[in-house]
Design a binder for this molecule. Structure first.
Ligand code: FRU
Length: 482
């Protein structure tokens, strides 16, 4: 297919060419963020999985690196994580160099075809040169499949209380926790979730980490699920609760979503980032990922987001805030004060010709409104808030190319989770995506779209009327490298 540079993101990671899905092995090490990813270098649709690799000083300017892990006799290299083994518990370190250790799923396609149930197993690889080259452990696999068809996506972290590594593994319709002193020998600790949360699809790509709220530590368990997301297909749910080094206990059985849009999946967090908890996901959905009309690459990652917790009533929610590194990409903003929307208001003054920008809307009294991005070809992306339903929404039904999949066109919604009168919305537009963060990160929505022509006009409308104290836009452009 013809190349589609008009849909290539400029401040989101996308591989130069070929197929990408989940982020893998994200780790911050010696001043560099490492992003590995599910990658098929042989084509533009999903195929035998490798770990691609990219590095960045700020999670926004990415440099693609040589492929880190190739399929081998044990199978394809499925999703997983990486840690800095600073105490060299694994013994992979040499001459005082602490190893980076990756733990991933070996997926054996031959076993799968033969009808075996044990074709997914967990394995290790390590690097002694800051992630440049990787050696697979001769004793692989380190966690053997007990007979569960979906047995994958290991996420490892050091747990102070247990004084051991804890491995969080997606095991079909639940999470299984394991512990280890050395990353090589694992003991089953507990299971979680068979009867809790969303179960519209298989559980994949989990993550477990603590976050502090008002001086108290809580544990967050992310569980990606496909299908069964709130707007169909793939999505990231989460549980807030406690983890004592052995067992996860949720505070209640409410299903919560880290991102309500259709296009954030397999999101997990970086290892080794100190007190910051940084998250990013794959910006697509298995419902149509193999058909999206970009070329010569397929798929990008979401923006990096810093996670936090917020109490609303008796609930504790996860909040997602675009990483502050984004501020460095932003040009000086253009700001309109006191925008009273009775008749539609043209926002021509806020237009950013590149189409790559951040838009902020703040109001002291939230009411129904629509922000319409459109072009002379009659394409439009409509997003906003519906007061009667207390929902944010993004409608890409007429936003350009939707014909590649019947599942793509649609209007997607997300609940508003606070009762505050005032609201603050931040939108990040890149070439073919929008990410909405409302109420300081309580509600996030990620959505991709493919306009045939740039959406050059922008206006606000409201049936009931709304006043924004401020509407402001700022162009976003990565700094030239070199
Ligand atoms: C999630 C997923 C993982 C798996 C990988 C394979 O998108 O299905 O569960 O490890 O993709 O590419």
């Amino acid at each position: 297919p013809a190349a589609t540079p008009q849909w290539r993101p400029s401040y989101h990671f996308a591989p130069a060419a070929h197929w990408m899905n989940d982020p893998n092995g994200m780790v911050f090490y010696q001043g560099t963020y490492h992003l590995f990813f599910q990658y098929f270098p042989g084509g533009m649709t999903w195929g035998p999985m490798h770990w691609g690799h990219a590095t960045s000083p700020d999670m926004l300017h990415w440099q693609e690196q040589p492929i880190a892990l190739f399929p081998d006799s044990l199978g394809y290299i499925f999703s997983g994580s990486a840690v800095v083994d600073s105490k060299n518990t694994s013994g992979f370190g040499k001459n005082g160099v602490a190893p980076l250790v990756a733990i991933f799923t070996h997926h054996d396609p031959k076993g799968e075809k033969a009808g075996s149930k044990t074709f997914q197993n967990q394995s290790l690889a390590y690097s002694l040169d800051a992630g440049k080259t990787w050696t697979k452990y001769a004793g692989n696999p380190v966690v053997k499949n007990p007979g569960i068809v979906d047995f994958r996506d290991p996420k490892v972290s050091w747990n102070e209380q247990a004084n051991r590594w804890i491995l969080t593994l997606a095991t079909k319709d639940r999470i299984t926790f394991y512990s280890s002193p050395n990353l090589k020998k694992w003991t089953t600790e507990s299971e979680f979730g068979e009867k809790l949360g969303a179960h519209g699809g298989v559980w994949e790509c989990p993550d477990l980490f603590p976050l502090t709220l008002n001086g108290k530590s809580h544990w967050v368990l992310l569980v990606n699920i496909n299908p069964g997301g709130p707007n169909g297909g793939s999505a990231t749910q989460y549980f807030v609760g406690s983890f004592d080094g052995h067992t996860f206990k949720p505070m209640n059985d409410k299903t919560k979503w880290a991102d309500f849009g259709p296009d954030e999946y397999a999101g997990v967090t970086f290892a080794n980032t100190g007190p910051r908890r940084l998250f990013l996901g794959w910006m697509s959905n298995w419902e149509y990922a193999n058909q999206v009309p970009t070329s010569p690459w397929r798929s990008a990652m979401t923006l990096p987001r810093e996670l936090g917790l917020r109490q609303e009533g008796s609930e504790i929610y996860l909040t997602s805030t675009p990483a502050r590194e984004l501020n460095k990409l932003a040009a000086a903003p253009t700001t309109l004060q006191k925008v009273a929307v009775k008749a539609p208001v043209d926002l021509a003054r806020l237009r950013v010709p590149s189409g790559k920008y951040r838009l902020n809307l703040s109001t002291s009294q939230l009411a129904s409104f629509e922000l319409v991005l459109s072009n002379t070809a009659g394409e439009e992306l409509v997003l906003g808030y519906d007061k009667a339903r207390n929902e944010y929404f993004i409608d890409r039904t007429k936003a350009g190319n939707t014909s590649f999949s019947p599942k793509f066109a649609g209007r997607h919604v997300a609940p508003r989770l606070t009762t505050a009168a005032g609201a603050d919305l931040t939108l990040f537009f890149d070439a073919a995506s929008v990410e909405l963060f409302a109420d300081h990160g309580l509600t996030a929505m990620t959505e991709i779209f493919f306009p045939f022509k740039p959406l050059t006009s922008m206006r606000l409308r409201s049936a009931t009327g709304i006043t924004f104290q401020q509407v402001s836009s700022a162009a976003l452009a990565p700094r030239p490298t070199g």
